[in-house]
Design a protein around this ligand. Structure first.
Ligand code: IMO
Ligand code: MG
Length: 426
């Protein structure tokens, strides 16, 4: 029996899905526990490539089940687009996907309000994915306006609730943003139809998961976004609206912390960030452009170019601490193959002081200067390596330094997008 969490140790896009896909082979169930269609999880299996936003990446393995937990905010339109794409590629979700009735629904007005607010904020905007994530979590916490999957089956209450929410959101759209409001009727019709399609998948997923764990099955949690986008621990306010850290798996799925056996932090061999907010090791010049081009660093959900920079060990120690990481999976090592020199930030200097810990306050972070250690590149392809010993010596040095500085052992190294381009470390 194993209950493992895979989560992002940086600002998202670390290659979590590749790691999840690999680890799904020895799992029975894969679970999404937070976030929503803001995620873009890409996996490559032979000639097929999939980008998942809501369905756990484990779904491509035909003998596994998948769960969308209560902590997720689900856009049913995005969900069924994904279902249809999977079915067109011959992958059935029948009897393999379970959705919690407590999962909150992203509604069309969430996206409209978010779009209006991001537009108004201009250069100060968070730079969200515009998937309605923040406004949906706001309604969840607000309680009176949240709509959950289970509410779709209350034919009397649901239309009235949607009407009242639309009335309130229209007041905001019209009076605050000077925009046209929405019409409630087509939303009610669409969500009634979604309810009918969703009904076969809805189950008490906390009971299901705990029963699976009791039966000795292997459960894998697929985090979305990353540690520094966590609503409590990330670079607030430039964060997402959920707990992306390990505790989120418990609250977002209805399992207790004593059930967890491992927490794997996925670490990209360099750092990227999409959206606004601080990024101490960002490379704004030619080197940043070079990494973006070699790594095709463009968002899987929004297509935006990702900001690129060197690996930051301050962040890795932070991720190890707030998640209790038992191991890390280093991804995209191969992207660094052509570089002559690779830098790694060991600590910051801030207002004249040495800083080992990641600061909680973005104003303090803005005054932090990264201090780098330079390492020689390996200038050789790593993509054919299947064992640690097959990696070039300088690549092993770089990885060893990551383990030392993060004080966390490396459990896996990814040297390419394909499943087989993976090194498992004992
Ligand atoms: P995966 O799971 C990278 C970022 C957005 C923005 C901030 C808030 O693929 O790693 P939101 O739409 O969540 O309210 O946006 O969070 N963001 C991500 N960045 N990877 C993601 O997901 C992200 N999901 C959200 O760019 O800065
Ligand atoms: Mg992504």
């Amino acid at each position: 029996m194993s209950v493992r969490i895979v989560l992002g140790a940086q600002w998202g896009d670390e290659g979590k899905a590749k790691v999840v896909d690999y680890m799904t082979a020895d799992s029975d169930v894969v679970v999404r526990f937070q976030g929503g269609a803001n995620a873009g999880h890409t996996i490559k299996a032979g000639d097929l490539e999939f980008v998942f936003h809501l369905i756990p990446a484990g779904i491509v393995h035909p003998d596994k089940t998948c769960v969308i937990g209560n902590g997720v905010v689900m856009d049913p339109e995005a969900l069924f687009l994904e279902v249809e794409e999977l079915e067109s590629k011959g992958i059935s979700i029948q009897d393999r996907l379970f959705v919690s009735p407590n999962t909150h629904l992203v509604m069309p007005y969430h996206k409209r309000v978010e779009q209006a607010s991001e537009e108004r904020d201009g250069a100060d905007a968070i730079g969200t994915t515009l998937r309605g994530i923040g406004p949906c979590y706001q309604d969840k916490v607000n309680r009176s306006s949240g709509i959950r999957v289970g509410d779709l089956f209350d034919a009397d209450a649901m239309p009235a609730k949607v009407r009242e929410n639309v009335r309130q959101k229209n007041e905001i759209l019209e009076n605050v943003y000077g925009q046209d409001g929405l019409d409630a009727t087509p939303i009610i019709e669409a969500y009634t139809a979604f309810g009918e399609r969703l009904a076969p998948f809805v189950t008490d997923t906390s009971v299901y998961l705990n029963d699976m764990i009791d039966a000795g099955k292997d459960v894998l949690f697929e985090g979305s976004q990353g540690t520094l986008l966590d609503i409590d621990h990330g670079t607030y306010p430039f964060v997402t609206s959920s707990n992306t850290t390990a505790g989120g798996a418990c609250t977002g799925a209805g399992i207790g912390p004593t059930r967890i056996s491992e927490v794997i932090g996925v670490v990209k061999a360099y750092t990227t960030r999409v959206g606004n907010g601080p990024f101490p090791t960002e490379l704004t010049g030619a080197m940043g452009d070079r990494i973006r081009e070699i790594g095709h660093e463009y968002g899987a959900t929004t297509g935006r170019p990702r900001r690129c920079g060197w690996l930051d060990a301050v962040i890795l120690r932070f991720a190890a601490r707030v998640n209790g990481l038992s191991g890390i999976a280093v991804t995209r090592l191969d992207i660094l193959d052509p570089l002559d020199e690779i830098r790694i930030c060991t600590h910051y200097t801030c207002r004249g002081k040495r800083m080992e810990h990641f600061p909680n306050d973005v104003k303090v972070l803005a005054d932090c200067e990264p201090v780098y250690e330079s390492m020689a590149g390996w200038r050789a392809s790593t993509s054919d390596a299947r064992r640690w010993e097959e990696l070039p010596e300088n690549a092993r040095r770089y990885l060893d330094r990551i383990q030392e500085l993060s004080r966390t052992p490396i459990a896996m190294v990814s040297v390419g997008p394909d499943r087989k381009e993976t090194i498992v470390v004992d």
